[in-house]
Design a protein around this ligand. Structure first.
Ligand SMILES: *Cc1c(COP(=O)(O)O)cnc(C)c1O
Length: 220
């Protein structure tokens, strides 16, 4: 199958309300351009060093999603153009993003990353810490950011029931936060969960955005 055919296959497996982020990390700009020409506008990268040169050479209407751990000192490099940062894993990082956004006279869309997996090495807030942060989120504190929702990654495992239970935890946190009905969280609508291996499980649990790499671009 060609890249375009794989992209169409992935797209047709998703409900209309689910946004597809095509994860292009490690793949060359030409592959991104092929997907772009086939109509894909949302692309995800996990490293700033890779994202910046790709953004520079590719069409300017691409919406770039930063999905990997972000170091505070690299925020300024992506602040002028990044569309959505999925991986906000500390309050200090949120502060830096807000500051750099304002320097660029814009607001930056952010998701709060929540640690739902059993694996130690994954980043993110605990559910309680994410709830605590968002329940007191205010535009006065972070005038440069728009909180659009949550992101999480399940344990890398074949155990479907484990993955399902982790997605359930994230969805219930998402519902609790939405249930607060805070005016400061008017844009809180995005639940980014699901990758090539577990997208359907994630959608069944309420995902509204999936991050899919290998099923589109092939293995890395
Ligand atoms: C690489 C990556 C993905 C995509 O993974 P695939 O298994 O290739 O679909 C999704 N989310 C994050 C955070 C990633 O780093």
């Amino acid at each position: 199958m060609t890249l375009e055919e794989r992209l169409q296959q992935v797209k047709s497996s998703l409900p209309d309300y689910v946004t597809l982020v095509a994860v292009s990390k490690t793949h060359p700009a030409e592959a991104i351009l092929s997907a772009y020409r086939a109509g894909q506008l949302d692309f995800g990268e996990n490293r700033v060093q890779e994202l910046v040169p790709k953004q520079d050479e590719l069409p300017k209407d691409i919406r770039w999603h930063l999905i990997g751990h972000l170091q505070q000192n690299k925020v300024k490099q992506i602040a002028p153009f990044v569309y959505l940062i999925h991986s906000v894993d500390s309050e200090d990082l949120l502060k830096v993003i807000s500051k750099e956004a304002l320097k660029n006279n814009r607001k930056i869309n952010c998701l709060i990353q929540v640690h739902i997996a059993q694996e130690e090495h994954k980043f993110g807030f605990t559910s309680e810490a994410a709830f605590e942060l968002l329940s007191r989120f205010s535009e006065d504190l972070y005038p440069g950011v728009i909180i659009q929702g949550l992101m999480g990654m399940a344990t890398f495992s074949d155990d479907q029931s484990l993955i399902q239970s982790e997605f359930k935890i994230l969805k219930s946190l998402f519902d609790r936060i939405q249930g607060l009905n805070l005016p400061e969280l008017i844009d809180f609508k995005v639940l980014s969960m699901g990758m090539s291996g577990d997208a359907q499980l994630a959608i069944a649990q309420g995902s509204t955005m999936v991050r899919i790499g290998s099923a589109i671009f092939g293995s890395r």
